[in-house]
Design a protein around this ligand. Structure first.
Ligand code: FES
Length: 687
């Protein structure tokens, strides 16, 4: 290569290099480590290697790029375009050669056999470098004078055409090789699995002729729901997505009750493993049907889950995770054949489970970390995945720490008198008039507010049935902002004179949110349950901030379904999360699913998260002496000691009655008794 050779820049990777004229673009990409798909090995038949030239002056790179800096369309490429159509501007990189400076775009959405793009999956573009690759080869016919077996000649062809080093073959293919080679008239497509360069590549599936599509699964096994994406391993497109309730709910609503079930029932572990695998198998069929593909075309799969779901899926008894020291049977990434998990995919299909971070912080948190990438950037990023156990990750490029906090199920609507899961009819948004203390609300499944004309008719079918997690956050924040509850969470009975919404309820008071049948109220116990949950979450976060030596965080990401619906402003008013610029707080939806897709589509992401998890420092909240102090401070709204100046700049917060952390502030005659109860609660709620 000389300095006069054409300069080629590949986008979006930004990799560049000089190449002699006449080099194919595919070869240039390979030399630079830019991933360009190819199944037919450059025969211009699969159409997977498409690229586009970006034309124009790229001053920053000193490149003047033009379409005619590629060779003219040759006969092979023309034949492909004629038979299969090639969109305007697209070229086959295995045929087009470099003749001048170029900026080459490698489309990450190659539209061969394009299926419907799913809107519900994150539309993020993931650079592809999958562990399973389709490789078309033409194998030498048998020759009496060269007694090399059919499989050995297949291997030799794969090694010479596709540059594999050590190559092995799955045992289930041995009886099939001869038939497939003859059926394909000595032309076959092999699926070759290589997760890690240091290991031998393996032929895991074989088809006669050219096979031009292969799929993978990315699946997040949550304790409540299971979400699955079917993804093209070649184009990276999500072709179908589906979700289902985790059938293990019938054995126990939350994680600990499922562990108890295993402990109490001799066949409990088997029953739960069978239940989750059956549901996953049903989902596989569902996404395959929706994507119009055969299960046999699924060659790889990635699963993420919290530690208990992870163990039950693998068939491992999770009892050890039920108590200190919360020992995982396996914490590192798990690689196995999908068949070992009774997943009915292609017989050679592989499975990869991301590593678990700790006994309470699972492969799902690892996937969220991979997706959001605190370790890839400089700002101090807080990631919170709220469930019955909140998983918390805090860090940046230099250092990442993680913990889990026992929030309990209050955020999911359990433990709340009018609480329910997020479903049509559940109140999800609430506003309270600061003067009249009258509420207005919206329910899931209806765009109207409760004081809009036509609301009653619009919700007629479902009615107003309860309050879901995001609604609870909003109502308690709004009750605080309207002065209905004090900063220590007490519903002010004096307001009963001012508003019929405040009603006596034994020795405490309640707020009537909706005069439905039955009527929906927020009781003092409800407020307390949310205080306990948010205090647990905040105390965990605060411990991580202390470990990092920071007083504020730069960015907050809410992961998970619950996080997608809560309004960051209300979450901050409650003191669920630390003070932060509201613009830097966002929900990232099913980030665990996105992390799973990244690991499915690019094996380098597997190495990235394995390395990151090794570096993440795990903080065990149960062992931290300051957890209790942070917990007690965080019982106040938003917090007894921590200031929220950024929030206060945007939201009118009630004046603070209490100052300092010594508990001697004004207006809290009952505090000594309350505090001891909180302390007991803090101790009880430790994992
Ligand atoms: Fe198959 Fe180019 S590599 S068409």
């Amino acid at each position: 290569m000389s300095p006069d050779d054409p300069l080629v820049l590949f986008m979006p990777s930004g990799k560049r290099g000089r190449f002699a004229k006449g080099t194919t673009v595919l070869d240039a990409a390979r030399q630079l480590g830019v991933y360009v798909e190819s199944v037919c090995g450059g025969r211009a038949t699969c159409g997977r290697c498409q690229i586009e030239v970006q034309e124009g002056q790229f001053a920053k790179h000193k490149i003047s790029s033009a379409a005619d800096h590629l060779s003219a369309v040759g006969p092979k490429e023309a034949r492909y375009a004629e038979k299969r159509t090639l969109a305007a501007g697209r070229r086959l990189s295995c045929s087009a050669t470099i003749e001048g400076d170029l900026v080459i775009d490698v489309p990450q959405d190659t539209v061969i056999n394009a299926q419907v793009v799913r809107k519900d999956a994150d539309t993020r573009v993931i650079e592809r470098f999958p562990a399973v690759q389709l490789c078309y080869v033409e194998v030498e016919e048998p020759d009496m004078h060269k007694p090399l077996g059919d499989l050995d000649r297949l291997k030799a062809a794969l090694q010479s055409d596709w540059d594999f080093g050590r190559l092995e073959v799955d045992a289930h293919l041995l009886p099939l090789v001869q038939k497939i080679l003859r059926e394909g008239k000595w032309a076959v497509t092999a699926a070759v699995h290589q997760d890690d360069e240091t290991e031998a590549a393996r032929i895991i599936a074989l088809w006669p002729g050219l096979k031009n599509e292969a799929y993978g699964l990315a699946c997040d096994i949550g304790s409540t729901t299971i979400a699955m994406h079917l993804v093209s391993l070649l184009s990276g497109r999500v072709v179908a997505s589906s979700g289902a309730s985790n059938p293990q709910i019938r054995f126990g609503e939350d994680l600990m009750s499922r562990v108890s079930y295993v402990m109490m029932n001799p066949d409990g572990r088997e029953a739960m493993t069978r239940a989750v695998r059956q549901e996953i198998s049903r989902l596989v069929q569902k996404v395959a049907d929706e994507g119009g593909i055969e299960r046999l075309d699924i060659l790889d799969s990635v699963f993420v889950a919290n530690p208990i779901m992870h163990h039950l899926f693998l068939g491992v008894d999770p009892t050890e995770l039920g108590g200190a020291p919360f020992a995982l049977a396996v914490s590192g990434a798990v690689r196995m054949k999908a068949d070992d998990l009774r997943l009915k995919l292609n017989p050679g299909a592989r499975t990869y489970l991301l590593p678990c971070i700790a006994g309470h912080v699972g492969a799902d948190a690892a996937a969220v970390t991979l997706s959001e990438g605190p370790h890839r950037q400089d700002r101090m990023m807080l990631i919170v995945d709220v469930g019955t156990n909140a998983e918390i990750v805090l860090g940046n490029r230099k250092r990442v720490v993680a913990a889990s906090s026992p929030t309990g199920p209050a955020f999911e609507g359990a433990e709340i008198s009018a609480g329910q899961r997020a479903a049509p009819g559940a109140i999800e948004r609430v506003r309270i008039d600061r003067e009249t203390l009258e509420p207005r609300y919206r329910v899931i499944g209806c765009e109207l507010w409760s004081d809009d004309p036509g609301f009653a008719e619009a919700v007629g079918a479902t009615g107003v049935t309860g309050i879901c997690g995001s609604g609870i956050i909003e109502i308690i924040a709004e009750m605080y902002l309207s002065g209905i509850i004090s900063e220590d969470g007490v519903i002010d009975g004096n307001l009963a004179d001012r508003s019929p919404r405040i009603v006596a309820d034994g020795r405490t008071f309640s707020y009537v949110l909706a005069e439905t049948e039955p009527r929906l109220t927020i009781t003092q116990n409800d407020v307390r349950a949310i205080q306990l949950a948010k205090a647990a979450l905040y105390a965990g976060t605060r411990l991580l901030m202390e470990k990092q030596g920071v007083e504020t965080v730069d960015v907050i990401r809410f992961a998970g379904a619950f996080g997608s619906f809560i309004d960051p402003q209300f979450a901050m008013v409650l003191g669920l999360i630390p003070d932060c610029e509201l613009d830097n707080v966002s929900a990232v939806g099913n980030a665990a699913g996105t992390g799973a897709r990244m690991a499915l589509l690019n094996r380098n992401h597997r190495r990235e998260i394995e390395e990151t998890v090794r570096r993440i420092e795990k903080i065990e909240t149960a062992l931290e002496p300051k957890f209790q102090e942070h917990f007690v401070n965080a019982m106040a709204l938003p917090n007894k000691v921590d200031a929220f100046p950024k929030l206060a700049a945007q939201v009118m917060l009630p004046p603070r009655a209490m100052q300092g952390g010594d508990g001697d502030g004004a207006g809290d005659a009952g505090r000594p008794r309350r505090r001891s109860r909180e302390e007991r609660a803090a101790r009880r709620r430790r994992p």
